[in-house]
Design a protein around this ligand. Structure first.
Ligand code: ARG
Length: 465
């Protein structure tokens, strides 16, 4: 195995230990960031006079060429390198000879890896943000046409009060909006430069960290070298964001799964996002939603891994921290699979307005409205609640819904209902029920239209560049 050390070792490393120690199998994905950091470092080594300007130029040109060749695939990382830093340096030495050995002046793999991961994650934040914005857009496209589609709203998974479908879909829009805020926050905090911290204590070479900071597009230099090499908060921040985002996607997935059952029948999923059964010819399974729900568990696991990894570490760098990458990459990969898959599922879904409306029949979800009506007639809410309770009991015993009551029966429950029974009956339709909820953020179609405009403006103003 090729290493960047070994001068004071007489015996080779045990083969098993080499396997344990090796990180190239997973950190190879950081090669672009590693080269980028090295170019900024090599440039600074030249401009500060730590190495000759000519040497610095040779290093920078060599690194840039290596970047291009790796991108094109004309060269690949040597598989027998200990880690990505070794792999890049070995390739550079093959091409440039001895001068390549000057690149690591005033630098350690400890500040190098911290820089690489931050650069990588910064790019990931942009891609993930774009995916979330697209998912929000898919929700808005449906929301725009479902202001009048009434369905039962639930509490305790019991029919509670009717709502309109746009309202329901917009709830997920706002969850994702908060996720994007969290992502933004994560990105802001991670965009600080560790390079220049050395192994842990800084360096005696006259480095210029500000120059490197600007070259790499970081917002600030991390002020404490011990903190710079040993902090992984930014990775924890990211996976926390990922875990909460997965909670939201998983809740949406759960609703899609429920709505897709024959008992609900509120949604029809497109063939391209469902799968069949090898034995039951009639099956069309909502696998995307199930996998989104299932994969949420692994992201929680990633978060727990990283928290547990860091909790007992003394300052500064410890090799334990090499274990930060797999959970982090796993969360990134999971998000970038699940968000677009869920977006496609939502974008191609058809909602069954007829079935939703039918589900409100006989579900007593307008009972609160009858109580509110009695309140408007002067009855205290508690008493109104009791009167309507009796009406519900009456209907339940006769196996009818509130909407099936006739005027003369309804009138018997209270003198206040007798006064204008027609008006009382009118509040019992789900349409009048949703139309009445005109409060800001409420489910009246016009309130939801206003909310939709707010969401649309929010998405436009937060559009990823
Ligand atoms: N592969 C290491 C990691 O991921 C890079 C830093 C190694 N530093 C060291 N002193 N061995 O953390």
């Amino acid at each position: 195995m090729r290493k960047l050390w070994g001068g004071h070792f007489d015996e080779p490393t045990d083969v098993l230990i080499e396997r344990l120690n090796n990180s190239l199998v997973f950190d190879s994905r950081l090669w672009r960031e590693d080269i980028r950091g090295s170019i900024a470092h090599a440039t600074m080594l030249g401009s500060t006079g730590i190495i000759e300007v000519g040497e610095s130029q040779t290093l920078v040109a060599g690194l840039a060429k290596l970047e291009a060749d790796l991108s094109e695939g004309t060269v690949t990382l040597p598989e027998d390198a200990e880690d990505v830093h070794t792999a890049v340096e070995v390739l550079l030495r093959d091409r440039l000879g001895a001068v390549a050995g000057k690149l690591h002046t005033a630098r350690s793999r400890n500040d190098q890896i911290a820089t690489d991961i931050r650069l990588y994650l910064r790019g990931v934040c942009e891609v993930v943000d774009r995916e979330l914005a697209l998912m929000q857009e898919a929700l808005l496209v449906h929301a725009e046409t479902e202001f009048e589609t009434v369905l039962p709203g639930f509490t305790h998974l019991q029919h509670a009060q009717p709502v309109v479908l746009s309202h329901h879909l917009l709830a997920y829009f706002w969850m994702l909006d908060r996720d994007r805020e969290r992502l933004n926050d994560t990105r802001r905090r991670l965009n600080r430069l560790p390079l220049g911290a050395g192994a842990l204590a800084g360096t005696g070479f006259p480095i210029d960290r500000e120059q490197v900071c600007i070259a790499l597009g970081f917002d600030a230099v991390i002020p404490n070298s011990l903190d710079a090499v040993s902090d992984r908060d930014f990775a924890i921040d990211f996976i926390s964001f990922a875990a909460i985002t997965m909670v939201h996607l998983s809740r949406l997935a759960e609703e899609i799964i429920l709505w897709n059952t024959p008992e609900f029948g509120w949604i029809t999923l497109h063939d391209s996002v469902t799968t069949g059964s090898s034995i039951m010819p009639q099956k069309k399974n909502p696998d995307v939603a199930e996998l989104a729900r299932g994969k949420t568990g692994r992201v929680f696991g990633d978060l727990m891994s990283l928290l547990t990894l860091m909790k007992g570490l003394p300052l500064a760098y410890n090799k334990d921290m090499q274990e930060d990458k797999e959970p982090l990459f796993d969360s990134v990969d999971t998000l970038l699979l699940v968000i677009p898959a869920m977006r496609k599922t939502v974008a191609t879904a058809k909602f069954r307005a007829d079935r939703m409306l039918a589900a409100t029949r006989g579900d007593f979800s307008t009972a609160t409205d009858l109580a509110d009506y009695l309140v408007q007639q002067g009855l205290p809410f508690r008493d109104a609640h009791t009167v309507v309770g009796k009406v519900v009991q009456h209907c339940t015993e006769r196996r009818i819904g509130l909407e099936d009551l006739d005027e003369s029966t309804l009138a018997t429950f209270s003198p206040l209902l007798e006064r204008d029974t027609k008006a009382a009956l009118a509040v019992l339709t789900v349409q009048s029920c949703v139309a009445a909820r005109t409060s800001q953020g409420g489910t009246a179609p016009n309130s939801v239209r206003a909310q939709y405009q707010l969401a649309k403006a929010r998405l436009e103003s937060s559009a990823p560049q």
